[in-house]
Structures are given as C-alpha cells and as structure tokens.
Design a protein around this ligand. Structure first.
Ligand code: NAD
Ligand code: TYD
Length: 335
C-alpha cells in the first residue's frame, strides 16, 4: 500500500511515520509537508534513508502538486494543518488557507483520481468548551468551535463529510484530544514548560490554570488512526481520547516535580482570549467498533516524555535557536 501523509514533518505526523514504517514494513510513504515553522525534518532523521519513505516539500494549497501525488497514492492520511490556538488568535489567515482550502484541494484530488481512501485528522476543539459537570464529547456532540483554529478544523470536517455524502468519497474522521509525546513543537503547553524549566526560565500559566484538557499519548492516537484505517466504517467519525482529564496546574506541578523545581518558577500571565475551559472525550464508539482504547497511562507517559526532552536537548535547542530551519537546505539543497 502507498500512503500519502500530509504534514508528516510535524509532531503527530512524524510520530505516525515512525509508527507506520515500524508496523507496516511492506508499505510505502510519501510525506508532503510545506515545512512551515512547525515542520521539522530533524524529527525524521532516522527514516530518511529508508527506501519506503520519501519526502516532498510542498503546499497542500498547490492543486497541481496535490493532484499528482494523490494520483500515485492508495490512501491519504491528512495531518497537515496550522495547529496552534494562540497563533490563530494573532493571525487566522493561514488557518483558513491551510486547514480549509488545503483540505478542499486534497478532497478534490481524492475525488478526481478514482475516489481515494481519505482519513482526516481532526480535534476535539471543534465541539467547543465543556462545563465541569457536562458529559464528555462524543460523535453526536454538536459542533461549536470557539477559536479561529477550532473553526477552521470544524470547516474542514464538514467538507470531508460532505464529500462522503455527495460524492461517495471513502472517508473517515478522527477527533482526538490533546496529544503529548516526543517531537512536539515547544510552543505547546507540555514541551514549552519542560524546555523552559530545563533552560532555567519560568513557565507562563494562562489565567487561573484550572482549564482542563484530556491528554493522550501520541502513540495511542496513531494506533487509533491505524485501526480506523483497517476497521473503521466508511463515512464515520471516531472520537479518540486519553481518559486523562487534568488541569493545567496539575500538569505544571507534575513537570516541576519531575524536574526538581518549585512553584516559584510559575508565572501567572494574562488569560488566552476565549479560552476553552474544559475538553473531554468519550471514546466508547472506538472501543466498541475498533477495540481501541488508550494504553499509555498519563503518569507513565508524561514521565517518559519529560525524560525524552531531557535526553534530546539538542533537538529542541535547535528549534528555539532557529537552526532547525537550515536542515532542509543542508539535506536536500535549496529549492
Ligand atoms: P504541527 O503544527 O506540529 O504540524 C503540522 C505540520 O503541517 C507541520 O509539519 C507543517 O509544516 C505542516 N503544514 C502546515 N501547513 C501546511 C501546508 N499548507 N501544506 C503542507 N504542510 C503543511 O501539528 P500537530 O500537533 O502534529 O497536528 C497534526 C494534526 O493533528 C492537525 O491536523 C491538528 O489539527 C490535529 N490534532 C492535533 C492535536 C494536538 O494535540 N497536537 C490534537 C488533535 C488533533
Ligand atoms: P495548548 O498546548 O496550546 O493546546 P490547546 O490550546 O490546543 O488545548 O494549551 C493547552 C492548555 O495549556 C490550554 O488550556 C492553554 C494552556 N497554556 C498555558 O497555560 N500556557 C502556555 O504557555 C500555553 C502554550 C498553554
């Protein structure tokens, strides 16, 4: 099988490529990634020489390129997106361009090249925010996105579903909760806080720090995507979650503890505008239909993740200094 992975140089996509090449050694992967600030080929150094793996630098907004690559693929797994809520608050244009129009290009190409199997990676943020006693999100929860990021992902989900109903495109969608693990760009909560502390800097907690996210290890997410590709029902959505609701403050204190630092390293900063209070996922459908559930407990997963950032300081230091941006030129030449 030949897979076209979009956004494979980012956090979840690069972990997916590692996972897939290990678990499906007969398959071929093409990784299409624009290498925005979030794309880092150093995440994939160890598979660069694998003959089943090929990297193409390009924009999912480039309809001709996308059409040529989709034509060659059996399956498209679509991770590419602008993914950071705070950036979407500062400037939402690239979120609409990539998340909405880029997804549209991929869907058109999939439709026009023999209706290719298409899996769309989405987020629980499309459902909006929960109150403390609300039941967790599930596949029936109405969409109510509240940030430009969430709204752009919600738009793309609607387009994907429309291509199933209107054109019988064989799609599936996964809406997953907050991921953590290796290779996460150090602008997101966990890698930012770990790397700041390793550099002797404080950690910026937004507002009262009592917002809740349902944390899932990236490997559990990617195993869920694999099962959806194998056993998921065409046209269906699957909610994937970590069964691990934690406040930001709980996470901050855990990280401080693992790194032997005290609460004087916390800096309370102005809250994010429109900050969603709580996300949580009910993954019973994935459990019943796919036999999927998260296997990595949060305490164990976060401990190993902190260790990973401690043991891979060069990886994140090269991001924080901007040196990682030179890697593509060095490996592939200027294009
Ligand atoms: P990321 O920001 O780490 O990576 C995104 C990747 O997409 C980068 O490599 C970037 O270069 C690439 N990209 C951006 N615009 C592109 C374009 N126009 N053309 C081609 N490539 C482009 O994001 P992530 O955290 O790995 O998230 C991957 C997907 O998973 C996204 O669709 C996101 O919405 C979804 N998701 C993320 C989380 C999470 O907690 N991180 C949770 C649920 C769902
Ligand atoms: P983030 O990792 O940006 O993911 P998302 O907003 O998509 O859930 O943020 C996770 C939580 O951590 C969210 O409630 C915002 C909060 N947060 C901080 O308190 N400080 C920070 O510096 C960052 C990046 C996030």
């Amino acid at each position: 099988m030949k897979l076209l992975i979009t956004g494979g140089a980012g956090f979840i996509g690069s972990n997916f490529i590692h996972y897939w090449l290990k678990n499906h050694q007969e398959d071929k992967i093409i990784n299409l990634d624009l290498l925005t600030y979030a794309g880092n080929l150093e995440n994939l150094k160890d598979v660069e020489q694998n003959s089943n793996y090929k990297f193409i630098k390009g924009d999912i907004g480039d309809a001709n390129l996308v059409n040529d690559l989709v034509k060659e693929a059996d399956v498209i797994v679509h991770f590419a997106a602008e993914s950071h809520v705070d950036r979407s608050i500062m400037d939402a244009k690239s979120f609409v361009d990539t998340n909405v129009l880029g997804t549209f290009n991929l869907l058109e190409a999939a439709k026009n090249n023999g209706k290719k199997r298409f899996h769309h990676i989405s987020t629980d943020e499309v459902f909006g925010a929960l109150k403390s006693d609300d039941p967790a999100f599930n596949e029936q929860t109405p969409y109510s996105p509240r940030s430009p990021y969430a709204a752009s992902k919600a738009s793309s989900d609607h387009l994907v579903r429309a291509y199933f109903h209107t054109f019988s495109l064989p799609i599936t969608i996964s809406n997953c909760s907050n991921n953590y693990g290796p290779y996460q760009f150090p602008e997101k909560l966990i890698p930012l806080f770990v790397t700041n502390l390793l550099e002797g800097k404080k950690v910026p907690v937004y507002g009262d720090g009592m917002q809740i996210r349902d944390w899932i290890h990236v490997d559990d997410h990617n195993r869920g995507v694999d099962l959806i590709l194998q056993k998921g029902k065409i046209g269906e959505t699957y909610c994937l979650g970590g069964n691990s609701e934690k406040t930001n403050m709980e996470i901050t204190k855990l990280i401080l503890g693992y790194l032997g630092q005290g609460e004087e390293m916390i800096e309370y900063v102005k809250d994010r505008p429109g900050h969603d209070r709580r996300y949580a996922i009910d993954f019973s459908k994935a459990k019943e239909e796919l036999g999927w559930e998260p296997l990595i407990g949060f305490e164990d997963g976060i401990k190993k993740t902190v260790e990973w950032y401690k043991n891979n300081q060069e990886w994140w230091q090269r991001i924080k200094s901007g040196e990682y941006l030179e890697y593509y030129k060095k490996q592939y030449g200027e294009k």
